[in-house]
Design a protein around this ligand. Structure first.
Ligand SMILES: Cc1cc2nc3c(=O)[nH]c(=O)nc-3n(C[C@H](O)[C@H](O)[C@H](O)COP(=O)(O)OP(=O)(O)OC[C@H]3O[C@@H](n4cnc5c(N)ncnc54)[C@H](O)[C@@H]3O)c2cc1C
Ligand SMILES: *[C@@H]1O[C@H](CO)[C@@H](O)[C@H](O)[C@H]1NC(C)=O
Ligand SMILES: *[C@@H]1O[C@H](CO)[C@@H](O)[C@H](O)[C@H]1NC(C)=O
Ligand SMILES: *[C@@H]1O[C@H](CO)[C@@H](O)[C@H](O)[C@H]1NC(C)=O
Length: 595
């Protein structure tokens, strides 16, 4: 079990459950390992926590190594460098959707950070904390809190590792301070990269805030080497007060511009087809304010597999019958349930399954930051029989989705929002499907000095929607979703989240980064033989063509933007057409066939 005795209260809980379950001959099983090997640690396949990469690539590696110390890590990188082997870092859960983790070929080396999971130093005086890169966000938050410290902004899901989340530029939501991205709170970093024979084929580079290289290493997509340790600048632990307010979305464009400046932890759930937006009014309060609130976000809780299967079957049926009304009905059910359950907030942390709404005594919810900033109790799912699981666990019939996630400069975000509203006016039911995944999550991020970080203050839009198990199956209102995706990327120059999205979002992406060239220089210096690079990382960094592939049905899963009908699904009536409001878009539209 990766959580140390001191880390938090869950191990006790887990241990007793596991013991109990052992008696009935079931063992304790959190999500599956992303790496599976046919012989001990060799001849491996690698996947992500959803069991499927954006383009459904099947990835293989020669073997996997599990260093437990930086010293072991150095000797592993050294041996592989001498042997000129391709390498990639794999984390305990592997949450990224693009195939960043895949080494080229069949016999690359995977270096797992599963056991590089120690908190090394917590300095309450200096308000700094040093962790190994495989430490999860959950561990970091808990250990910091024990020392009276806090990471001010973080992703909302605590199953991510430090190496993975900074490597892909992950963030929470804030325009305050240095903004919502975790990598902007990095003070020092130790990174192990290849070296020549004179240096023993590997070296540890120690970077601090005075090194320009740190701006490359912060969001480095795994191509500079293995991040071994990271030191964060923290703050004294504080309390927050959270209130959700639901309004119609008529003035969302204007509101979104100012809301993030008014509230430190502001974010917005937007349900465009319901014409509603839920504003999170969330600020620091005095630490003597009373309250011991807890945010255990409902969609990240363990969910009954039977319920997940039912929801998925319903959605599959709605998709196959093109039942837009059914989806809009489901959407209302989902969002009103979440709202009643206060999205998983409780005033005192007392959780009662299924009746969370009843014990919720109302807003505001006040509590310590560490109990509100992030969650993910489904990682503690306790049974091999998978009675409960994370909603997207590939071992059960559950959620399967695309995630289109991008940030749009604050100055033009209003115009983007209004463009989406125009589409909804044309096709009112088109975006009901998003609400089954709690709508569009809008979060604030700030310009970063990281070369591959945000280029300007922006709103990040997180859009999750149905993905068919069949890659050749078109989806309901596919055209509208594709138009929004292309409008964001091309009309508004949006930056895709490095750890999410479909392949097309990364076509030409490096041109959107003014210091992309600086990043490549550092990459050349750290790893001149490109052992940590792959075809995919070369493609997203603009060093190689071929991000999109034109073939039958390629637009259905975002492998291309259609230019001919065959890229859609002509036999099912989906043809390649211009967008409805963004004429430059090319989308798969269902053309009504007259009989
Ligand atoms: C339920 C859920 C909620 C999420 N919520 C948010 C959110 O609120 N905000 C947000 O921004 N994102 C969010 N994400 C996306 C997430 O931030 C990214 O997918 C994240 O990068 C994954 O982290 P990971 O530890 O799983 O890394 P992986 O996906 O395993 O790795 C990502 C990349 O980093 C590399 N890497 C990992 N560790 C190291 C290391 N030590 N040294 C060098 N390279 C390394 C890997 O090789 C890979 O290339 C969420 C994802 C999920 C599944
Ligand atoms: C490697 O694993 C695959 C299955 O993943 C198997 O078919 C193959 O025989 C294995 N090869 C060796 C050399 O073990
Ligand atoms: C939206 O709410 C505002 C008040 O906040 C109101 O003036 C307006 O009429 C509402 N619009 C719709 C379409 O209901
Ligand atoms: C908290 O303390 C401040 C002074 O530090 C005081 O003004 C305020 O009333 C206190 N609030 C509560 C809720 O006790």
């Amino acid at each position: 079990m990766s959580y140390s005795k001191k880390t938090n209260k869950f191990p006790e809980f887990l241990r007793s459950k596991c013991l109990f379950l052992l008696v009935v001959m079931v063992s304790c099983s959190p999500p599956e390992e992303p790496v599976k090997c046919s012989t001990k640690n060799s001849n491996c396949t690698i996947t992500n926590s959803y069991g499927t990469f954006a383009d459904r690539a099947v990835c293989r590696a020669g073997n996997v190594a599990f260093p437990t110390t930086e010293q072991e890590l150095v000797s592993i990188v050294s041996a592989a460098t001498e042997a000129k082997r391709k390498m990639k870092v794999v984390t305990r859960f592997s949450h990224s959707i693009p195939k960043l983790v895949c080494p080229d070929g069949q016999d690359g080396l995977l270096i797992s950070t599963k056991y590089l999971n120690h908190v090394l130093k917590v300095d309450a005086e200096a308000m700094a904390m040093t962790v190994e890169s495989g430490v999860t966000l959950r561990q970091l938050i808990n250990d910091a809190a024990k020392a009276g410290l806090a990471l001010p902004y973080a992703p909302y899901w605590w199953g991510l590792t430090i190496g993975g989340l900074i490597g892909t530029g992950a963030h929470g939501s804030s325009l305050w301070g240095k903004g919502g991205s975790v990598h902007d709170y990095v003070m020092d970093m130790r990174i192990v990269s290849p070296a020549g024979p004179k240096e023993g084929y590997a070296k540890v580079r120690v970077l601090n805030e005075r090194d320009k290289d740190l701006d490359a290493a912060k969001v480095s997509l795994g191509v500079l080497g293995v991040i071994s340790q990271v030191t964060f600048k923290l703050q004294p632990l504080f309390k927050r007060s959270v209130t959700y307010v639901t309004k119609n979305d008529t003035d969302l464009g204007d509101e979104a511009m100012t809301f993030g400046k008014l509230h430190e932890f502001a974010d917005i759930f937007w349900y465009p087809s319901q014409r509603k937006a839920v504003y999170r009014i969330d600020d620091r309060v005095s630490s003597n304010a009373s309250g011991n609130g807890l945010y255990d976000f409902t969609p990240f809780r363990p969910i009954l597999s039977l319920a997940l299967a039912l929801l998925r079957s319903t959605e599959e049926t709605q998709e196959s019958l093109r039942d837009a009304d059914g989806k809009c009905l489901s959407a209302k059910l989902v969002t009103s349930t979440l709202r009643t359950a206060a999205y998983g907030l409780t005033n005192n942390g007392i959780k009662i399954l299924l009746i969370a709404g009843i014990i919720f005594t109302g807003y505001p919810v006040i509590g310590f930051h560490d109990r509100l900033q992030s969650s993910g109790t489904c990682l503690d799912s306790i049974d091999d029989s998978l009675i409960t699981a994370c909603a997207w666990d590939p071992r059960i019939k559950g959620e399967f989705f695309h995630q289109t996630t991008f940030s749009i400069g604050l100055s033009v975000a209003k115009s983007f929002i209004e463009d989406v509203q125009k589409l909804v006016a044309l096709e009112p039911k088109a975006l009901c499907g998003l609400d089954l995944y709690n709508g569009i999550l809008m979060r604030y991020v700030k310009a970063s000095s990281a070369y591959l970080g945000k280029q300007e203050d922006a709103i990040d839009f997180d859009i999750t929607y149905y993905r068919s198990k069949d890659p050749m199956a078109p989806r309901l209102y596919q055209d509208i979703l594709e138009e929004i995706e292309q409008m964001a990327l091309f009309k508004y120059g949006a930056l895709p989240h490095w750890g999410k999205n479909r392949n097309l979002a990364f076509d030409g992406v490096i041109k959107k980064y003014k210091n992309g060239g600086e990043f490549l220089k550092v990459k050349n210096m750290y790893d001149p033989s490109e052992l940590f690079s792959s075809e995919w990382t070369d493609q997203i960094l603009g060093l190689r063509n071929g991000i999109t592939t034109m073939k039958e049905g390629c637009a259905l899963e975002g492998l291309c933007i259609c230019s001919q009908d065959i890229h859609c699904a002509p036999s099912k009536g989906y043809l390649c057409r211009p967008g409805k409001t963004f004429q430059n878009a090319r989308v798969c539209t269902r053309v009504k066939i007259r009989n």
